[in-house]
Design a protein around this ligand. Structure first.
Ligand code: SAM
Length: 266
């Protein structure tokens, strides 16, 4: 990403969640390197991710970032102010609509479909960083695939995030009214969306998991399927992460066995 633009964004968003400068540089560089013109972010919050994405647009006159959140989303500072401070407000369209970006995506697909069911795609890069819920994001990626141009990329944030890790969070932000079961609390929803929907979709043939939390998928129908793991973490951090995961799996297994025994004892 152009050094000046990146530095300006990093300085303007310092201390504002949710994207780190390192991640910001990666997504901004991706936009620039792939010459993406139409970029979509699902999950806006304060607008930090949108600012980095917009900084990566090579030709702001010809490119645009659209970022979508709930109709009722309120953040302080708000994305308008953050993007203004970062000097990229004019490159970003902020959408707050409906109860979920899935309905907004459905509207986009409908508007771009002909009577025979052909969809004209309109995005080169989609960054999904929202609900992290299987039901919501499982649908979102199916609709996103229709809207991505061939050769375009989907990036999913936080593959291993689990509802069990954040007990204070209202599961699904109140969208789905049934509460989550133990199994749904413990399993990372986005990992399931990536492995079982995206990576098995016939359009997404180039898959890459970066540092265990970012899932990249390129829409390249007809190309041989490829799956790679990439890390920029030191080896000890990787070993520690793997050990934590193994511990979680063992605990889950012990709980399941105990539950099964309790049922048999009844
Ligand atoms: C982690 S924050 C996004 C951070 C932002 N992408 C960044 O990099 O700065 C997640 C956002 O997703 C939004 N969100 C969660 N589920 C959503 C849904 N179903 N529809 C619309 N927005 C949603 C939340 O309101 C929140 O603003």
């Amino acid at each position: 990403m152009g050094g000046d633009r990146f530095e300006r964004v990093a300085a303007a968003v310092a201390g504002v969640p949710f994207m780190s400068p390192d991640q910001g540089r990666i997504v901004g560089d991706h936009v620039r390197r792939t010459a993406a013109r139409d970029v979509l972010e699902l999950g806006t919050a304060h607008g930090v991710g949108a600012a980095y994405l917009a900084a990566g647009l090579e030709d702001p006159a010809a490119g645009r970032v659209t970022t979508v959140d709930f109709a009722a989303a309120v953040y302080e500072p708000g994305p308008e102010a953050v993007l203004e401070r970062a000097g990229v407000r004019d490159r970003v369209e902020i959408v707050r609509a409906y109860s979920s970006y899935t309905w907004w995506l459905k509207e986009q697909v409908a508007a771009r479909s002909d009577a025979a069911g052909n969809v004209t795609p309109g995005y080169d890069f989609v960054y999904l960083d929202g609900a992290k819920h299987f039901t919501i994001d499982g649908l979102a990626v199916v609709l996103v695939e229709k809207l991505l141009r061939p050769g375009g990329w989907l990036l999913m944030d936080d593959l291993d995030w689990r509802y069990a890790d954040d007990p204070g969070r209202d599961a699904t932000d109140g969208i789905v009214h049934r509460s989550l079961s133990e199994a749904e609390l413990r399993e990372p929803h986005l990992r399931a969306v990536f492995d079982l929907i995206v990576a098995q979709h016939e359009s997404f043939t180039e898959l890459r998991v970066q540092d265990e939390y970012w899932g990249w998928a390129r829409k390249a129908p007809g190309e041989p399927r490829r799956y790679s793991l990439e890390t920029s973490r030191p080896l000890d951090a990787l070993v520690l992460g793997a050990a934590r995961k193994a511990k979680r799996r063992v605990r889950a297994r012990v709980r399941a066995v105990r539950a099964a025994r309790a049922v048999r004892a009844r």
